[in-house]
Write a protein that binds this ligand. Sequence first.
Ligand code: UD1
Length: 430
Amino acid sequence: MRLLLEQQGDNQTLERIVVRSGKPLQGKIRVCGAKNATLAILSAAIMTDGEVILENVPDISDVRVMAEIIEALGARSTWLGEDTLSIKCSPVMGYEAPYHLVKKLRASNLLLGPLLARFGAARVALPGGCNIGSRPMDLHFKGLIGLGAELRMDRGNVSGRAGRLQGTKIYLDFPSVGATENIMMAAALAEGQTVVENVAKEPEVVDLANFLNAMGAKIRGAGTDVIKIEGVQRFRDQVRYSIIPDRIEAGTFMVAAAATGGDIVVENVIPPHFEPLSAKLREANVLVEERDDSVRVSGAGPLYPINIKTMPYPGFATDMQSQLMSLLSVVPGTSVIVENIFENRFQVAQELRRMGARIKVEGRVAIIEGVAHLQGTQVRATDLRAGAALIIAGLIAEGRTEIQNAHFIDRGYWNLENRLRSLGADIKRE
Ligand code: UD1
């Protein structure tokens, strides 16, 4: 059995996506539910012992791993349709998230708050660093300790104990998405009021708050700098909830269309969620026409260089930075990207250079001198968004681009090559 799994793991890393430059992308594409909202909401689902039915769930590998982790805790997850997932928890569940699963998914650290709130105990393996930076958890810990949990580090695990958590006032030194979510989930079942200041305002944080409120929580202010939570005793045991569309997936299609000089309509989106991207694309002379729940993107005209600084929402999303870098590699003139969120998120620049891009990286700053053409070659995805960026680069490069480590892309995009093919791209998996 183990041998089989190891072989599957090897095959996974051997999977490649092959892209050839072709026609500008044309047509319509529908966006899936948001990966990051789903991961947080699946963690929150263990806080009720009833059934949670989630709609608009993306069938991507990160979501499958999170479902596997909560199953290891004792929940049952069942797909009821292509994008509908049922989670059933029982009154008695385990509280240990083991390393062999946690190492596959950093976001499993979001289980810490829900486990402490629901069972008064948690043991979650620390996921360690990852390709895009060190990603510490000090703010998560500060919040949970403030709520009354006792936390202990023990051989790569964080173990926690708590009686009923107690509402309190917490100030986050940085508006961390994960810390905001962990604290909000834990405080939802605490006694009394919790006020969290300087919180993350990302749409996925708001979606989690809406889901928790649908379960019976009393959370106000999500989407602003201050969240107020009145703790409740327990949650409802029947909830049905539809996840918001994935703004990063939408943005990836938008940039791919712009890069190929295409003209596409991206459907099932909430345009204000990617306004920072739309604004930058317009600055680069891309036509972006926002409608109620779709957006048309056309990149027919000449493109201009732009400068980008990644920031917490509503600033420009760090998760869109790599894809933009591919596009800017072929825009005449000098563009500058400043990465303010993760210290190690320019690895894709090395791969783009192998394709002929002129990118100089100095610390958190990347300076991109647009070249006339990229050339297809063998490249390697170093993380999820780098993988998406290399596909975009492959769509515009001369000849054949082979992207290794395709499994990174499957973590966050459902069926990406088939969907791009439906827009006219020459792309396949080998
Ligand atoms: C989430 C998203 C990720 C996105 C990121 C920023 C999920 C599952 N992932 O990650 O796709 O790129 O938001 O929008 O939702 N930090 C600390 N101490 C902490 C926590 C964070 O110093 O306790 C730092 C991190 O090192 C990083 C910054 O804060 O430099 C932002 O991290 P955070 O907002 O927490 O990102 P994640 O929740 O990990």
